[in-house]
Design a protein around this ligand. Sequence first.
Ligand code: ATP
Ligand code: MG
Length: 393
Amino acid sequence: MQKLIMIKYAELNTKKDNIGMFLKALKQNITEKLGDKATILFDKGRMFIKASDEHFDEVLLKVQKVFGIHEIMIGYETSSTDIEVIEEALLLVTRDLSFTSFKVETKRSDKNYPLTSLEISKHLGGVILKSRDCIVVDVHHPEVTINVEVRKDHAYIYVDKIKGLGGYPVGTLGKGLLMLSGGIDSPVAGFLAMKRGVKLEAIYFESPPHTSVEAKNKVATLASILSEYGSSIKVHVIHFTEIQEEIYKKVPHEYLITIMRRMMYRIAAKVAYQNRCKILVNGESIGQVASQTLSSMAVINEVVKIPVIRPVACLDKLEIIELAKKIGTYETSILPYEDCCTIFVPLHPVINPELEKCIEYEKLLPYEELIKNAILHETILTNSPKKEFEELL
Ligand code: ATP
Ligand code: MG
């Protein structure tokens, strides 16, 4: 009898025509994550992952961070489908469990098997009843459900199930560019986009010396945490100082943030295009700050054609924080380093900016030249989960 991990696919079951592509990607993503610590096998609607005792717990943790999985079962594979072999395995699996009521639920993918699913359940239930005192079968509300799946060469027994992350395998829906600040919202936005199968690259705007190297490292750490849910995330670091200082000098201060964000969008759209990213993703949330009122968002969005996806747009801050804690980015996000959005903040930012005014103020800036220059001098951070960052200049 071998311990193993069984996987049920998530929404993939609805992707009838493309299921092959989705499963291939899922297998590839799991393989990439587990390396040679596990072997992965497919069989009708299930994936089976085998790992040595030494690596089992680590493999189990990693599988819980893969998108496209509905449920993870910790099970046992019997050496054959002989009913005596299944009985023996069942007794071993349930030996250390304490319960007073139970049921056995059987699925049989081998339709030539001499017993029906119901007959197997009844037979195995009887075996368990005989093996211990003071227990009853309760088919409606059992304390423990013992699942048996009889397949062609082996049977599988499992009791413990863990909910998977759901969603689609990362990469199956193409690539997006995440506007990643060091805050709480944008990593959560990135996580949610990854959940829908989007592979991410990220863009970070820094304004040294007004922003510190610690602020950049924080973004690098956030990208690294996010990459544990997919593959490595390339971070485009844009030197934003000249643009920001120029805006500060020339634009009425109530419009500083609006114009600054229009510049960010313009740059992000260009970087996305150059890197074949089909969407921008950001952590804007309706009404959170002056630049995220509906009028502000409309005026800012106006400078780009690329779709901008805002996964946390309709979540409350507390809901975003809850997610950030769950995915492991919160503790890093609350480290107190400044962001380029938090320096040069005007006392009274405009809440309902006017497009005509934005266009008029931007005429005061040589912004096309500045943007070209900023993109030309971008630096790249690459990362893999849990590996140190290397900065390529
Ligand atoms: P976060 O939204 O990540 O918690 P924040 O709330 O401080 O940080 P906002 O000022 O609300 O950031 O900015 C809205 C969104 O704009 C961010 O979620 C992020 O997607 C993007 N953004 C802001 N600053 C930067 C930056 N320096 N680099 C890249 N993207 C940024
Ligand atoms: Mg925010």
